[in-house]
Write a protein that binds this ligand. Structure first.
Ligand code: DGY
Length: 329
């Protein structure tokens, strides 16, 4: 019988990441790659000291209590709203995420979604594929201007700043932002971004991109009242998390043209999508792929593995969320 520590990788990872982990641990894998329910996860974690999760697996007080040998939970994601961090921390379990490695890739996607939404890319492609294009017309799929317009950003962390730089330096946009705390003057200057309150952000942005973390405070940060404050010509892009936008209210606003269009990569209750969003034409929908390039997804998986290896073999932390618990378990 092996005396090496055992870990679980809750979802499939790249072969080289698996090989790297197998140099140190007995590794249990979920070859079907279906998200594990809380009870399945608890059962698979018996006797394991580490787990690599994705945003699809919930790690809460009940799971931690059911897995007394667990020392580290490493999320392959920068967002960690699937973790009950206070409960994980109270139990002395180290938690980690994958910041930085996905910043630029995710910002690229945010911009792609903004452009696709403003310039009606998928709507016009569907029209063409359906064989409906029989003549050119001056106003055919005429969308909203991106260059020179006002880019609003709600949530100005690393990804928000990377989007701001693309808008300001690449597209000559005027950038305004709102965030829990204001950026320092140098960072504002680098991003050419001006701090405004949320009401001004909603009122003034031609394109509003959401990049804030999900929490009880940010739940439905954009609902019917906020949508009503936006310009009727505005576009809304959500690459943050489902639940930040009230998807039902958004579907109504899109159908009634209270805003022009939306681009959504994340959804309340995903992978389910609010049925009304599937029937409105002025929305671009993608399945939570903002960080999905091969290079970035590999970098994320490697970083999660590095967190587990460093902590379990040397007691070191790499990108911890709660470094204060290191060594407690
Ligand atoms: C992240 O890193 O948080 C992405 O949304 C992938 O889950």
């Amino acid at each position: 019988m092996s005396t090496r520590p055992s870990i679980l990788i809750a979802r499939n990872v790249f072969p080289e990441v698996l090989a790297k982990l197998r140099e140190h641990f007995d590794v249990d894998t979920n070859d079907e790659d279906n998200p594990l329910s809380p009870s399945q996860l608890a059962a698979r974690l018996q006797g394991k000291v580490g787990v690599i999760t994705t945003g699809s697996e919930r790690v809460d007080a009940a799971l931690i209590a059911a897995c007394p040998q667990l020392k580290i939970v490493a999320n392959i994601a920068v967002g960690y709203n699937n973790f009950d961090l206070p409960a994980i921390t109270a139990a002395g379990v180290l938690a980690s995420n994958t910041p930085d490695v996905l910043t630029e890739t995710t910002a690229d996607f945010g911009f792609a979604l903004l452009l696709a939404t403003a310039r009606r890319l998928t709507e016009s492609e569907h029209f063409l594929r359906a064989g409906q294009w029989n003549r050119w017309a001056l106003d055919m799929f005429a969308g909203a201007e991106v260059n020179g317009s006002t880019l609003g950003i709600l949530g100005m962390g690393r990804i928000g700043q990377a989007i701001a730089r693309r808008g300001a330096h690449g597209f000559g946009m005027k950038v305004i932002y709102n965030n829990r705390s204001r950026l320092d003057a140098q960072t504002e200057a680098d991003c050419k971004a001006r701090y405004v309150d949320k009401a001004e952000l909603l009122r003034t942005a031609d394109h509003l991109v959401l990049v804030l973390p999900y929490s009880a405070e940010s739940h439905h940060a954009i609902g019917a009242a906020e949508l009503a404050q936006m310009k009727p010509t505005a576009t809304l892009v959500n690459i943050a998390r489902g639940g930040i936008v009230d998807d039902a209210a958004l579907a109504v606003a899109l159908r009634e043209k209270r805003i022009a269009a939306a681009g959504l990569d994340v959804f309340e209750g995903e992978p389910k999508v609010h049925p009304d969003l599937l029937t409105v034409p002025n929305v671009v929908l993608t399945p939570h792929i903002a960080s999905a390039t091969i290079a970035t997804r590999k970098a994320m998986a490697h970083l999660a593995a590095d967190n587990v290896i460093a902590y379990l073999t040397q007691g070191k932390t790499v990108t911890p969320l709660n470094p204060e618990v290191a060594g407690q378990r």
